[in-house]
Design a protein around this ligand. Structure first.
Ligand code: NAD
Length: 233
């Protein structure tokens, strides 16, 4: 059996870093799209690296043209801002929407061609509980709700081509992204879960690995909540 190949965004820290480690442990070859290749070389020594800043939508073709064919795409990179909607710089909104949503669509639209040609593939997106319940960073919530929706659309469009695309929607996770949130709000978020704690990045990464590899292929187009009761539905 030939070695599987995966492409991942946001693999240098947090959830994405844990996901890369699990992919490698499972003998999957990883290409990571990173902002700073020199820095990433030390963090991800066992990955092929492609340097690209995903806030740049205009030049996305230069990224797409460098990508190898892949069996798996993990759209993990994402940012959250601390701006109120009444004082939200256009540049910050554009960067967020490019990273969290538009480049995700570009990547899916690109990899789907070789996946279809090769008999199928798996795509895992990282949304958020914010996509269900809204968020103080309104654009963050908007981008994540769109991820949940586009996951269904692509499953509907390409399920017959054996493309299995799912999303995870974590509640608060113990990563750098949480540093943007004031400590009192962090505590109230912890209190909102059954376990009274944030998720660990590895708990989200394990779920992503399962969806990227061994989950039954009939599970397609779903949003898998990983919020420990913060938003039971
Ligand atoms: P993190 O900040 O630790 O990691 C984000 C990753 O994205 C990093 O590797 C970073 O380099 C990369 N990235 C950021 N901007 C980029 C850009 N312009 N170009 C290329 N790469 C860029 O955050 P995390 O918590 O691990 O977040 C990963 C995903 O999980 C995000 O999509 C986030 O929205 C989602 N998520 C996080 C939480 C949480 O509480 N931490 C909850 C729900 C969903």
């Amino acid at each position: 059996m030939s070695t599987k190949k995966a492409i991942i965004t946001g693999g240098t820290r947090g959830i994405g870093y844990e996901a890369v480690q699990l992919l490698i442990k499972n003998n999957i070859e990883v290409t990571a799209i990173v902002r700073d290749k020199e820095k990433a070389k030390n963090i991800l020594p066992n990955c092929a690296l492609i340097e690209y800043d995903l806030s740049d939508l205009k030049n996305i073709k230069t990224l797409l043209n460098q990508l190898p064919e892949a069996d798996i795409l993990i759209n993990n990179a994402g940012i959250m801002n601390t701006c109120s909607i009444d004082d939200y710089p256009t540049s910050k909104r554009e960067a967020l929407m490019n990273i969290n949503l538009y480049t995700v669509v570009e990547l899916i639209d690109h990899v789907k061609h070789s996946m279809i040609k090769n008999g199928g593939g798996r795509i895992v997106n990282n949304a958020s509980i914010a996509g269900h319940i809204g968020h103080p960073d309104v654009w963050y919530g908007i981008s994540k709700a769109a991820i949940i929706n586009l996951t269904k659309s692509y499953a509907k469009l390409y399920g017959k081509n054996n493309i299995v695309i799912n999303t995870v929607a974590p509640g608060p996770v113990n990563t750098d992204l949480m540093n943007n949130i004031p400590v009192p709000r962090q505590q109230s978020l912890k209190n909102g879960s059954y376990a009274g704690r944030f998720a660990e990045p590895s708990e989200i990464a394990e779920t992503m690995l399962w969806l990227a590899t061994n989950s039954p292929s009939y599970i397609n187009g779903i949003c898998l909540d990983i919020n420990n009761g913060a938003f039971p539905r």
